[in-house]
Write a protein that binds this ligand. Structure first.
Ligand SMILES: Nc1ncnc2c1ncn2[C@@H]1O[C@H](COP(=O)(O)OP(=O)(O)OP(=O)(O)O)[C@@H](O)[C@H]1O
Length: 628
């Protein structure tokens, strides 16, 4: 890229920008108001960047040290101008920032809506930054002067594929910072109404930490409409709920109500203020690992970075900021990351967030259930990532279970409802709740009224393998090892099985084992089956069936452990097969393999060998027909 061009240059937008602009211009999105919020947010960011730079280069502030954002309306000329005295942009900055897509949110938006225009309702949710100006303007001019530079540049575009960059005379440019001039479309001229503009700026951006003034018409006096006082330094008792909501919306880029607000000031060895929110719905980038800006770090009200690890990954849904009184201002962003002060803020903040969630869980069950619904799957990552807080996180965890219906169940409630003689917290993991609920492995538990947690998030299989326990009770998969159910009475005593398997059944089990050979690691009589004839379980030690499946799918399990085939020794079909004695070996061999395949199918798998399976089935049908 050349930097010395003094003449006007026309450049094409990056392909994705053109697509985005096309969507903006043809947008059916009804809420175009967001453009102002985006421009004010950029202006405030630019002022904060300058504030940060000026810590080491105070001369950048010159005789204009106070940050300011000014909005001006000019109805006659159908213009709105948003100007700041922030960091400004060089020519290269402009071409980079206003010709490409740097914002992960904007990129995600484009991917989501593809080429269609109906989905542009999502604009409000994603926030598409600067480019949203083209929803209301058919030409946008950006005149900017980088702090400390003696050049100014003018970027201009009608949003139709290309933009121009040309040098701007200094007298027609801000002394420092950026002026964005919107040439409004006819149907957007009403935005120049001073009442509307003021309401919009106040409600969307009233709490950006930079003062905002409004000039209602050319020549009018500038009027203060927001004082730039940082909301988080004000006492809690003075802040109205709607002020928190406005602030949440601007800091989180979310446009719903926060589900929880965490506002406190830590004093003592470390002093810092925190204003953070649990969003009311899932942010679109919840699973975007690279997303920055979830928690911003300020030092004595100077914005430092949105890239500091202020919370562990499993709390990445929390949005807000920390303002430290102790961190040095002039430390590099990289060094801040290493600072022990930051580590201690991180610890204090994490404990506070989890503590507040626990209080909410106790006092406002329904509100907490909603948070869990949105973010439980992320919080559960902490169960294997944060050993120290596992107990705390287990208390926060909520599950569906065989007895909970649609309600969420906490572990304390589970433990309180455990049956006499029940030693473990039972769970079954898999991806589909309906299939889990129909699993044969659950039969013996249901028959005894034992609650089984149904774990359907992939992350579940990971944390349960770390062998946690809760309240002294281990977690145990119902698809693994011995069920140990014989000590717990059946709900319906009439169904009590005759104690042991008969010698014929034992012989039949041995026969099945030799017929199946290496396919299974063992064949055993089951005490977990009451209705079905067979099921598969994993050996006592090692991964359970679901974890094995996940590892296998990820190519991470070189050799899956062979499952154990459990056979219901009381099942009619099993008793009949066992009663066949030593005759009809071929038929019994087919039956042994079909029982194994039946167990696989019940587990959501395919028969081991599709061809052999259909041949066996065909022989069986033929035999049935022959016997009439
Ligand atoms: N008023 C301004 N002063 C200085 N730079 C600006 C200004 N407005 C926009 N920019 C530059 O343009 C870039 C793109 O702005 P846009 O609003 O599209 O995304 P963004 O602000 O980077 O996104 P995010 O809100 O996710 O940080 C900004 O990152 C910034 O570099």
């Amino acid at each position: 890229m050349t930097t010395d061009t003094k003449a006007t240059e026309t450049r094409a937008f990056e392909a994705d920008v053109s697509r985005l602009l096309h969507m903006m211009v043809h947008s059916v999105y009804s809420d175009k108001d967001v453009f102002l919020r985006e421009l004010i947010s950029n202006a405030a960011d630019a002022c904060e960047k300058l504030r940060f730079e000026a810590v080491s280069r105070p001369e950048l502030l010159g005789d204009d040290p106070k940050p300011r954002i000014s909005i001006s309306a000019d109805a006659d000329n159908k213009q709105i101008t948003v100007e700041d005295n922030g960091i400004g942009m060089s020519r290269d900055d402009m071409a980079e920032a206003l010709g490409t897509i740097a914002r992960s949110g904007t990129r995600a938006f484009i991917e989501r809506v593809g080429t269609g225009t109906e989905d542009t309702q999502l604009i409000g949710q994603f926030g598409v930054g600067f480019y949203s100006a083209f929803m209301v303007a058919d030409r946008v001019d950006v005149i900017s002067r980088l702090a400390g530079s003696d050049e100014a540049w003018r970027w201009s575009s009608d949003g139709k594929g290309s933009y121009e960059i040309a040098p701007a005379p200094l007298e027609a440019a801000p002394r420092r910072g950026t002026r964005v001039v919107l040439h409004l479309m006819d149907d957007a001229v009403s935005y120049t109404g001073s009442y509307r503009l003021e309401q919009l700026a106040k409600s969307q951006s009233g709490h950006v930490p930079v003062p905002i003034t409004l000039v209602e018409k050319p020549g009018a006096e500038a009027r203060d409409i927001a004082d730039g006082t940082a909301l988080w330094v004000r006492p809690k008792s003075e802040i109205k709920p709607e002020e928190y909501t406005d602030f949440y919306r601007s800091v989180a880029g979310q446009y719903d109500e926060p589900a929880a607000t965490i506002h406190f000031r830590a004093e003592g060895r470390q002093e810092y203020s925190v204003l953070a929110f649990v969003p009311g719905s899932r942010p679109f980038d919840l699973f975007d690992q690279d997303r920055k800006g979830r928690m911003k770090l300020y030092v004595r009200r100077v914005f430092i970075t949105d890239d500091a690890d202020l919370l562990p990954r499993y709390l990445r849904f929390v949005r807000g900021l920390v303002d430290s009184a102790d961190l040095p201002l002039n430390v590099s962003r990289e060094m801040i990351q290493e600072s022990p002060l930051l580590a201690s803020i991180r610890k204090g903040l994490t404990n506070r967030v989890l503590g507040d969630l626990a209080k909410l869980a106790e006092n406002e069950g329904e509100a907490y259930a909603k948070i869990w619904e949105n973010f439980g799957v992320v919080l559960k990552e902490g169960l294997y990532e944060d050993y120290e807080r596992r107990e705390q996180l287990l208390k926060l965890a909520r599950f569906h279970s065989t007895t909970s219906g649609e309600a969420w169940r906490g572990l304390a409630d589970y433990v309180a409802a455990m049956k006499d003689g029940q030693k473990a917290i039972f769970f079954m993991a898999g991806d589909d709740r309906a299939r889990l609920e129909a699993s044969p492995q659950l039969e013996g538990f249901k028959a005894r009224g034992i609650e089984v947690l149904l774990l359907t998030d992939p992350v579940d299989s990971f944390w349960v393998t770390m062998a946690p326990d809760f309240d002294g009770k281990p977690f145990k998969s119902v698809t693994q090892g011995v069920a140990e159910l014989s000590d717990i009475p059946l709900l319906d005593d009439a169904k009590k099985p005759d104690a042991a398997a008969t010698p014929e059944v034992d012989r039949f089990l041995a026969f099945v084992k030799s017929a199946l050979g290496d396919a299974v690691s063992d064949v055993k009589a089951s005490d977990r089956l009451t209705e079905s004839a067979v099921c598969l379980v994993a050996p006592e030690h090692g991964p359970d069936r679901q974890f094995e499946r996940l590892m296998n799918a990820a190519g991470r399990l070189d050799k899956a452990a062979k499952p154990i085939l459990e056979i219901n020794p009381r099942h009619e079909r099993v008793l009949a097969l066992a009663g066949l004695g030593d005759e009809d070996q071929g038929f019994k061999d087919d039956a042994a393999h079909l029982l194994y395949d039946e167990a696989r199918v019940l587990d959501g798998d395919k028969p081991a060998d599709a061809r052999a399976f259909s041949e066996r089935l065909a022989r069986l049908i033929a035999r049935g027909i022959a016997k009439g």
